[in-house]
Design a protein around this ligand. Structure first.
Ligand SMILES: Cc1ncc(COP(=O)(O)OP(=O)(O)O)c(N)n1
Ligand SMILES: Cc1ncsc1CCOP(=O)(O)O
Ligand SMILES: [Mg+2]
Length: 211
């Protein structure tokens, strides 16, 4: 079953925690707390509340970047980019049971993340997005098709999640490339009803499994 990861953000209607609450109500069961410009104490305050909500909904709770807060937040794991703590070092700190996600922009990035022991890969960006600064070149549908084909040919089975500017209408063609999941922020949070949009995208994902 393909997965949907919500990347937390805020807008005029939702803060980090209330946004997470909305997508949990819509059925999302994989949340990443990403608060790029926040202090550690702000991340701890939001993360304790968000983590609690995730546990009550049976959702996996990942924190972006901050390996040193995983334990304190009781998070299930961390997501690390190419400029963050190396996956192997995070693994030594967090042990074998925590989930470690790693960012990839190319097939070569996937190979090194897998070698370092990442549990899943966030591959992107699919298209331009304002949610992340200093974005890597966009991959588009063809980029995913080519990279996922190379993964299959090389026997790489670590789950790959597509990310970056993804909208509901993109979901079927991205899943068709062979990714294991989709990560979304703006398309969920900025929808008229984030819970309703989450439900709709989960249905799209489910439908794709049956085809
Ligand atoms: C699922 C997922 N994929 C990629 C990223 C990006 O991580 P990173 O490259 O470290 O950039 P920041 O998110 O830290 O700005 C992600 N967070 N999640
Ligand atoms: C964290 C991150 N990494 C690559 S794109 C991105 C932002 C995803 O958010 P959105 O779905 O709003 O483009
Ligand atoms: Mg990062």
């Amino acid at each position: 079953m393909a997965m949907l990861q919500f990347i937390s953000h805020y807008n005029s209607r939702y803060g980090y925690v209330s946004g997470i609450g909305a997508v949990l109500n819509g059925g999302c069961r994989w949340v990443q707390l990403r608060m790029k410009s926040a202090s550690d104490s702000e991340v701890v305050a939001a993360g304790l509340a968000a983590g609690d909500m995730c546990r009550r909904h049976g959702a996996v709770f990942i924190v972006d970047d901050r390996v040193h807060l995983v334990e304190q937040l009781g998070a299930d794991g961390v997501h690390l980019g190419k400029g963050d703590m190396p996956v192997a070092e995070a693994r030594r700190i967090l042990g074998p049971d925590r989930i470690i996600g790693a960012t990839a922009n190319t097939f070569a990035d996937i190979c090194s993340a897998v070698e370092d022991g990442a549990d899943y890969i966030g591959l992107g960006p699919f298209r331009f997005t304002t949610t992340k600064e200093r974005l890597s070149p966009v991959l588009g549908k063809d980029g995913y098709v080519k990279i996922m084909e190379r993964c299959r040919n090389e026997g790489i089975t670590v789950p790959v999640v597509a990310i970056g500017g993804i909208l509901a209408d993109d979901v079927p063609e991205i899943l068709a490339a062979g990714v294991a999941g989709i990560a979304m922020s703006g398309a969920l949070l900025n929808a008229p009803s984030p819970a309703g949009e989450t439900k709709r995208i989960l249905q799209l994902i489910e439908r794709k499994q049956l085809i």
